[in-house]
Design a protein around this ligand. Structure first.
Ligand code: SF4
Length: 615
């Protein structure tokens, strides 16, 4: 109940598929999706394996609430050893693919080995086949999605695919499902591409059973009411999407700008939610068409946009004149503030290409920011870039760079390695705004101190979705803390990390946590799943998952020395805004964090902690 109890294991080397029972003992300890699939990965691969080699595995995993009528219960995750980072990776996506996989009767798909030729997998309930992908190898996500649906004469299939970027093993390539929802971070697309897998297409007819139907309907209805009555999930996100944050974070002096040279962007309003809704001067129409929801979601934060057809990037390209997934806050920040570009249409086009070719816009935008600093400081020039004039603020350079990177052509090949490798190649590693080689997102740790500790300790490399202390430090959720101080942030980050790991293991979207605590989630899981599920048990699952991920990374070779931030954030004070004069206080927070976690001063979980968590 909740879980389907079945795993699909695909041996790509041999070309075989088989069904296995889900390990229910593990399900009781790790719940599902991020937690449970990470347990399988940890047990089945050598942490030191090459992430792009056949010994790595790629797991598509749902949670027990995926495919149910719980609000936002449509999530799935891709779990693997991350090509960008070498650390454990778990990238979460919405849309409809995850629910469809559950309807087909599977909790997870484990892909192992490597196919000798390009393939795609079709899953029609129990009818599972590997098929020849040569007609779509070299094609975009969007073209592949259309071809698969036409080939199988089924427009209701849901497809998760890589673009050319994943085929070319761009280290921050992603897996895109339902055209513009993505398992975005850590290069999970490259991991799939390295196995010669172009896509997975699913169609299910089985539905999802829950343990106690009446209790489940009551618990999910109560949860939906809480979401509706909350100002963020009931009003802010549906009306403005995550882009509601652009002006807020800019005013807080925490908008990383021009590769973190500044913490406020003079062009923030031009690329904000408000600007997306305003009629354009050029054609009198707004960029934003409507909002959109993932499966079962009552929040509907997604943005659907349509570009100005006369914009220089698309004026001769009618294939981009259709509506598509529009800008989310993280993408708008990375493609805009991080590069100094305030051209909303250029950002929208660049985001389209990221979706079309399967690129993570956060890592792409931040890498362009670093490349622009290399260019502006004379470390590289137009000979190095093949003619690209990578000046901060250049919309032309941004849009050209995304085309080259998506296809891995020219200087795009170097950009596709991410900013850590790019800046190291040119002798300036300090210009990479990364942790564990992953670019950090849209919150400057000088203006939001807790995010510094969040990035430094994130198990998948710098990330906001492992501990979103912005909720507390800026939005006052669940209670307001001062973003400019370090006091209390170690405990805050630990609490957010553990709760987030539980949310990510459930099948729910993390955005529900603006309104829900685990007290709201526990009754929904308890009514759906066998066993007794309480808030305390979910928190324990979250802490167990966090420590398990940490142990994997330690075995992969990471140490406390990797819990660090770029020197710029520790040495160069914020120049403007509320954080003017401040650097991030990681040095104070980190020892407090290790202690709060029950780890040694070297950042290793003690035996006592591992015993307590039954690890
Ligand atoms: S809140 Fe947004 S991202 Fe989350 S499930 Fe709903 S539409 Fe998708």
């Amino acid at each position: 109940m909740g879980w389907t109890g079945k795993i699909l294991r695909v041996d790509l080397t041999k070309g075989t598929v088989k069904s296995e029972p889900l390990n229910m003992e593990w399900a009781d300890k790790y719940l599902g999706q991020r937690g449970l699939a990470s347990k399988y990965l940890v047990e089945e691969i050598n942490p030191k394996c090459d992430p792009l080699g056949p010994d790595n595995k790629v797991i598509f995993a749902t949670g027990p609430l995926t495919g149910t009528c719980a609000s936002t219960g449509g999530r799935y995750s891709v779990i693997t050893k991350g090509p960008l980072t070498g650390a454990i990776a778990c990238s979460n996506s919405g849309g409809y693919f995850g629910a469809e996989l559950k309807f087909a009767g599977w909790d997870m798909i484990i892909l192992e080995g490597s196919s000798p030729k390009p393939v795609y997998l079709t899953v029609f309930d129990d009818d599972v086949k590997l098929r020849d992908a040569s007609p779509i190898w070299g094609k975009s996500v969007w073209a592949s999605d259309a071809w698969i649906k036409a080939e199988h004469q089924d427009p209701l299939m849901h497809v998760a695919a890589i673009g050319v970027a994943g085929e070319n093993k761009v280290l921050y390539s992603c897996i895109v499902n339902d055209l513009h929802r993505a398992a975005g971070r850590s290069g999970v697309g490259a991991a799939l591409g390295s196995k010669n897998v172009k896509a997975i297409a699913v169609r299910g007819t089985k539905g999802v059973k829950v343990k106690d139907f009446k209790a489940f309907m009551a618990a999910t209805a109560a949860g939906k009411k809480t979401l509706k009555d909350n100002a963020v999930t009931g009003q802010g996100l549906p009306a403005f999407g995550t882009q509601v944050l652009m002006n807020v974070i800019n005013e807080a002096g925490a908008l990383p700008t021009r590769n973190c040279e500044d913490v406020q962007f003079e062009g923030a309003h031009d690329i904000s939610a408000e600007a997306m809704a305003e009629p354009r001067k050029s054609d009198g129409k707004p960029n934003l068409l409507t909002n959109q929801a993932c499966f079962g979601c009552t929040i509907a934060c997604g943005r659907i946009s349509k570009m100005d057809e006369k914009h220089f990037s698309v004026q001769n390209k009618p294939e981009y004149w259709h509506a598509s997934g529009g800008l989310e806050y993280e993408a708008a920040w990375a493609l805009g503030a991080a590069t100094g570009v305030n051209d909303l249409e250029a950002l929208t086009y660049t985001n389209f290409i990221c979706n079309e070719q399967g690129l993570d816009p956060i890592s792409f935008g931040s890498t362009i920011g670093a490349a622009m600093e290399l260019y502006e400081t004379g470390v590289i020039d137009s000979k190095t870039t093949g003619g690209l004039e990578l000046k901060f603020g250049s919309a032309e350079a941004l849009t050209k760079a995304v085309e080259l990177t998506g296809k891995a052509e020219g200087f795009g090949k170097e950009l596709g390695q991410g900013s850590a490798r790019l800046t190291a190649k040119y002798g300036k590693p300090e210009l990479s705004m990364t942790v564990k080689s992953q670019e950090f997102p849209a919150y400057d740790p000088r203006g939001i101190q807790g995010m510094g500790l969040t990035y430094a300790t994130s198990n998948r490399g710098a990330c906001h979705l492992r501990s979103y202390t912005v909720a507390s430090e800026i939005l006052g959720i669940p209670e307001k803390t001062d973003p400019l101080v370090t006091d209390g942030k170690a405990g805050l980050v630990k609490a957010f990390q553990d709760a987030t790991a539980a949310f990510d293991s459930s099948g729910l979207c993390l955005f529900t946590s603006f309104a829900w605590t685990l007290d709201d989630v526990a009754p929904q899981i308890d009514a759906a799943c066998e066993g007794k599920w309480t808030t305390e048990k979910l928190l324990e699952v979250g802490e167990r998952v966090w420590n398990m991920e940490r142990m994997f990374n330690n075995r992969a070779g990471f140490t406390a020395a990797d819990d660090k931030l770029p020197q710029r954030l520790l040495k160069d004070a914020a120049k403007t805004g509320p954080a003017k004069g401040l650097v991030n206080g990681l040095g104070k927070m980190l020892p407090e964090y290790y202690q709060a976690r029950g780890w040694t001063p070297d950042g290793v979980p003690t035996n006592e902690t591992l015993d307590r968590l039954a690890l």
